[in-house]
Design a protein around this ligand. Structure first.
Ligand code: KDO
Length: 328
């Protein structure tokens, strides 16, 4: 080899190794910023920080941004799609804004419990839903997270036994069509409002109530500004832990596998803690002076299911999907 050929060879080797180093560094520095309206004491936030973050830390830096401090509730999926955010905890209702058929997973009295949510997420038929979100939005649904059974939580003390008792009640719902429909299906007058504004809305009387699972009512301190919880269990609520497909594709197959396991482990840890809290919290709210009681569940179920079945939302559902979900 001549001297100059040797030098060219050396330079090429140096460039190659510096490229490899840069790629390695870039990988070591994959930043995973997650934005969510959830409070930092929400069990999903806790699990992401305590279970997910540490499990991926040698190839990714996980950052949880809570209380909607990075992106407003409902704007996260678009932010990921545009490359401005890496992760979120998305609802089926938010996905229904892009893919109307997702509203079936947000409908009242469809999912039975936390285990049923997992079965649906892992079912053969759900793979096509995941693929569509990946292909069209560039968002990967990693795993399903349990939020809990949503109940009606009011600042007024008139008891709620049937949907008719919610007539005229300004019930705060998140601001998307599938959410507002749920409020109407309950018999209430749904008022769109971001999660982070609920406390003040209840305090000032801008809204009469809100619906959320018991652990959320505690985390967000809604019990301080409300008088009763009617245990309607109208939605066994879920969220999907999401990641940018582009970011995910930059990981090695081994890292992808570890990230997937970290996501599933975090979801499982949060699910178990959330279920335990749901069992314990009725006593806590009663101690705080709230009335907590079970209304006429058959009346709520019949009314809510009837409203969905005759709705425009249901017209967008894939044929036979309800039977497939119920059959699991
Ligand atoms: C809410 O805004 O009521 C809601 O419970 C909707 C859920 O989909 C989810 O976004 C949740 O807020 C946040 O994670 C805060 O708990």
């Amino acid at each position: 080899m001549t001297f100059s050929a040797f030098r060219r060879h050396l330079m090429a080797a140096a460039v190659a190794s510096s490229l490899a180093l840069t790629a390695g560094l870039a990988q070591a520095q994959v930043k995973l910023r997650l934005s969510s309206p959830a409070s930092p004491t929400d069990q999903r936030a806790v699990a992401m920080l305590e279970v997910f973050g540490p499990a991926v830390k040698d190839f990714a830096a996980f950052e949880g941004h809570w209380n909607a401090s990075l992106f407003k509730q409902g704007t996260e999926l678009e932010a990921i799609s545009r490359g401005n955010l890496e992760m979120s905890i998305a609802s089926a209702q938010e996905l229904a804004e892009f893919f109307p058929e997702f509203s079936v997973f947000s409908a009242g009295y469809v999912h039975r419990d936390a285990a049923h949510q997992v079965k649906v997420f892992n079912s053969d038929f759900f793979q096509a839903y995941k693929k569509k979100v990946e292909d069209k939005l560039g968002v990967k649904l990693l795993t399903v997270m349990y939020l809990g059974r949503r109940h009606v939580n009011l600042r007024t003390d008139k008891p709620v036994n049937t949907p008719a008792d919610l007539s005229g009640v300004k019930l705060r719902m998140p601001g998307s069509e599938a959410w507002l429909f749920l409020g109407r299906a309950l018999g209430a007058n749904p008022t769109p409002m971001a999660f982070t504004e609920i406390y003040q809305g209840l305090q000032s009387g801008a809204i009469d109530g809100q619906d959320n699972p018991l652990p959320t009512v505690k985390d967000a301190k809604f019990f301080e500004v409300t008088k009763q919880i009617a245990l309607t269990s109208h939605l066994v609520d879920l969220n999907y832990l999401t990641i940018s497909k582009k970011v995910y594709d930059r990981l090695t197959p081994d890292q992808q596998k570890r990230l997937q396991k970290a996501a599933d482990d975090a979801a499982e840890s949060a699910r178990q803690r959330q279920l335990k809290l749901e069992d314990e919290l009725v006593a806590f709210f009663k101690e705080k002076g709230l009335k907590v009681y079970t209304p006429d569940l058959a009346a709520f179920r019949k009314h809510v299911q009837g409203e969905y079945l005759k709705s425009d939302l249901a017209k967008k559902w894939d044929s036979g999907i309800l039977d497939k979900i119920n059959g699991l």
